[in-house]
Design a protein around this ligand. Structure first.
Ligand code: SUD
Ligand code: ADP
Length: 279
């Protein structure tokens, strides 16, 4: 069974507090976007082996891969095992704040449930997903957008009818999510950088993780300033814990032109794409 596994951006990510369990209480809107991996899951018969292949190097192929974690968690809940083969065709960059691994995990939960005759209802899949990672449950929902509360794992589907033209820019370096949250509380705002909410017709765009991330990765703060000055840009923000910055443009033509200019600004090692939010 083959599934498309889309990336997400966070249109907003408000961090409310640090909790005693080390996680942070958040309010976020996640929007699926038109960049995706392809996830293939095959049921190989009885047994308990999980074999994983991937089209690119650098993605872990052991039990730390979120796709394998998803199969194992699904089988633990079911109380029986099988042998599986997973193939990941990756196009979403890693350590990008685009939720690639989380989306793969959700695709595997859906596919494993289908291939075994749908033993688990959505409510149980959502529980398993939340235990794998805060970003996983939103990818189980059919809607293009979802609001996340708690760690981000308590999701509500959102009918979001804005097909927003976007440009995504990920410099060559990744940012580990735990690092960004760990430095949130003690971080400082840089002078001359816009952190305040950008008021748009679809909501107030803001990201509390820009503060710690921009302090260390000044290039991203400069990139945000540059994006906000470009023609047709309505708003610019970091997605999740970075390192992807995105701009919402007025038209798709603006997005195509901005993507070209951004590639020149960032250099050839940056990953740059024009796309849109999925509805
Ligand atoms: C920042 C966000 C925004 O959507 O996305 P990414 O940038 O990772 O894509 C999410 O909050 C990330 O979700 P996810 O990547 O699933 O994180 P998890 O695996 O649950 O947690 C990884 C680590 O991040 C920290 N963490 C995560 C979520 C949260 N609400 N508070 C935290 O402090 C914890 O240190 C945790 O151990
Ligand atoms: N299926 C997967 N795809 C990509 N990365 C994965 C996967 N499983 C585990 N990882 C690990 O998780 C880290 C974060 O990856 P990813 O979920 O793509 O980024 P982010 O959390 O920034 O959105 C990567 O550095 C990688 O080592």
């Amino acid at each position: 069974m083959e599934l498309s596994s889309p990336a997400k951006i966070n249109l907003w990510l408000r961090i409310l507090d640090r909790r005693s369990d080390g996680f942070h209480e958040v309010e976020t809107r996640l929007c699926k976007i038109g960049i995706s991996d392809t996830v293939k899951l095959e049921l190989m018969g009885p047994g308990k082996s999980v074999e994983l292949t991937c089209n690119i190097p650098g993605i872990p192929l052991d039990d730390s891969n979120l796709a394998i974690k998803a199969v194992r968690a699904f089988e633990r809940r079911l109380g029986r095992t099988n042998s599986w083969h997973i193939h990941l065709e990756k196009r979403i960059p890693s350590g990008a704040g685009l939720g690639g691994g989380s989306s793969n995990a959700a695709s595997i939960l859906k596919a494993a449930n289908e291939l075994t005759g749908k033993p688990l209802p959505l409510s149980e899949l959502l529980e398993i997903a939340g235990d794998i990672g805060a970003d996983v449950p939103c990818f189980l929902l059919e809607t293009g957008a979802a609001d996340g509360a708690g760690r981000g794992e308590r999701v509500t589907p959102v009918e979001f009818s804005w097909k927003l033209p976007l440009v995504l820019i990920k410099p060559a370096f990744p940012i580990p999510t735990p690092w960004a949250y760990k430095h949130w509380k003690d971080s400082q705002e840089l002078r001359g950088v816009l952190y305040a909410p950008q008021h748009c017709p679809w909501g107030h765009m803001v990201n509390g993780l820009e503060r710690p991330v921009f302090e260390k990765y000044r290039l991203l703060a400069a990139l945000k300033g540059w994006l906000l000055e470009q023609k047709g840009v309505q708003a610019a923000l970091m997605s999740g814990s970075g390192s992807t910055m995105f701009a919402v443009t007025k038209t798709h033509a603006d997005a195509a032109a901005l993507a070209e200019a951004a590639q020149l600004w960032c250099g050839p090692t940056a990953w740059v794409k024009a796309t849109e939010t999925l509805v």
